[in-house]
Design a protein around this ligand. Sequence first.
Ligand code: MN
Length: 313
Amino acid sequence: MNDGKIAAKTCTALGAAGHTLESYPVHEVNLGSLRVSRALPVRGWRLIGPWCFLDRFGPLTFHDGTPMDVAPHPHIGLQTVTWLLDGEIVHDDSLGCEAIARPGGVNVMTAGKGIAHTEQTPAKNSGRLNGVQLWVALPEAHRHMDPAFESSVQVPAIEQPGAFIRVFAGSPGKAASPCRHYSEILGMDLRIHAREETEVNLNPRFEHAVLVLEGDCLMEGQSLEPALYYLGTHRSSVCFGSREGSRGLLIGGPPFPEAILMWWNFVARLPEEISRARGDWESHLRFGDVPSYPGQRLSAPSLIRFARPNPAS
Ligand code: MN
């Protein structure tokens, strides 16, 4: 194997030394019949804290079929975090865990040394799909751990003047999201009330980013476009407002101290780790099966082909 030919991408922290305000356009990706907006990695393959991947899907309505149908596929070295605004997704994995993600709850899958899973719109559904999927890079001390799956049907909420906030990752103030992470992290869903303003406290050691999900959002008085806004570090708060009401995502964490290597559904450090994981998946080793899935599993792309991370997976 000529590892020099692996089309993996190195991602490093943006890690601004102070406040900044930079916007990075999201780009649209087709996932079968599902249209996805990819916000992370941003241009230059950068992470925000330990967050290395962010896909936005929906909002959409459907009358038949299952818009999300991701066949069995493997992951290493990351956690997936699924957060829904509407609709439902059923997760099945090679540990035998099955869980339905619904609005207000979070699903966190820790791939560690290897797991396989599927994500599907369940047969019995609301006809709506609207949410995000994020990936968290695991730090060196934990990236080879045994895989695990956790879910919470209702994450903590913070009610404050101008906003209703749900904390789906991390523990800002007294609100601790229940699922385990292995780096300091923040993941919040902000509902900004119409014609109101709200100030959100931030950890100045963290870098943060904001993505508007719905409605019109003002941040520090600036009207936000459909883009990922990077705030840098050294901020103790950020102020939001809205004319008609808005919903947005605020993510963050200390700048990730390690450069990671991303290829397809794998987060690693060395090209050899990626080629070994790919070989194990193709040889039906390491990752296990998801026997409940009725169809074929996904095949890994060629190592030398540029492979975007598997969207919404
Ligand atoms: Mn996946």
